[in-house]
Design a protein around this ligand. Structure first.
Ligand SMILES: [Zn+2]
Ligand SMILES: [Zn+2]
Length: 232
């Protein structure tokens, strides 16, 4: 069936808000959502957070606190993007992971010269996984890896301690809380790892994963997330 016929019977809807898109539209977002998404402009060379164009590092990365090598994100975590990520995570709109994985891949392919051996996702603790039924980070990572033609492995990182919401904690407290929550299985084939996740805020999760990987013989760790929080 051609797309003209499909458009009549199944009008395309904005994947964020569900509004019907204009007939024959090639877009996936409506105009209103397109206007409201905030892609990252000038970014921190280390963690990819949006920064003042006069700076090269964000305030967080000026101190050598991170275990990962570098990371980037597509959006600032706010408004429509934040809602869409929460929908993907908690309201089972899993199809959004395909859309976001494509954006991560576009950023990777067009701007990043990272040499990557293997893609991993941030694992959920098995109790959490059982409750939610899927891991949004894994959906993203699998879709990304297949676009990029890089091997995806879900048995390298394992979450061994269940952590609770960290929203009230400071950066240092979060990091302390996260250390030792992940284990990495040593591997002789892969040494340069790319972690895919949905959101980077203080970096405590990515750092804890990176530390576990480095402690177990992996040499370089990079990350890609859909969005980053604005403030550290
Ligand atoms: Zn919309
Ligand atoms: Zn930074």
């Amino acid at each position: 069936m051609n797309s003209f016929v499909l458009d009549i019977f199944y009008p395309k809807k904005c994947i964020f808000c569900g509004e019907v898109l204009s007939f024959g539209s090639e877009n996936v977002l409506c105009n209103s959502c397109t206007d409201k998404v905030h892609t990252i402009g000038e970014y921190c060379e280390r963690c990819g957070k949006e920064i003042d164009p006069k700076e090269t590092l964000c305030s967080d990365c000026k101190h050598p606190l991170h275990f990962f090598d570098k990371g980037r994100s597509v959006f600032v975590y706010e408004d429509e993007v934040k809602n869409a990520i929460l929908d993907m995570k908690y309201h089972e709109k899993m199809y959004l992971s395909e859309f976001f994985a494509k954006l991560l891949y576009d950023l990777f392919a067009s701007e990043l010269a990272w040499d990557i051996d293997v893609v991993v996702s941030v694992p959920l603790h098995k109790a959490r996984f059982r409750k939610r039924g899927y891991n949004q980070s894994e959906l993203l990572a699998r879709a990304f890896a297949s676009l990029a033609g890089i091997k995806y492995k879900n048995d390298i990182l394992k979450k061994v301690k269940n952590t609770h919401s960290q929203q009230e904690l400071s950066r240092e407290e979060r990091l302390k809380n996260m250390m030792g929550t992940f284990e990495a299985r040593p591997n002789k084939v892969y040494s340069k790892v790319l972690i895919i996740d949905d959101v980077y805020t203080t970096g405590s999760t990515i750092d804890a994963c990176s530390k576990a990987l480095l402690d177990n013989g992996y040499k370089e760790v990079y990350f890609l997330t859909i969005a980053t929080g604005r403030r550290v």
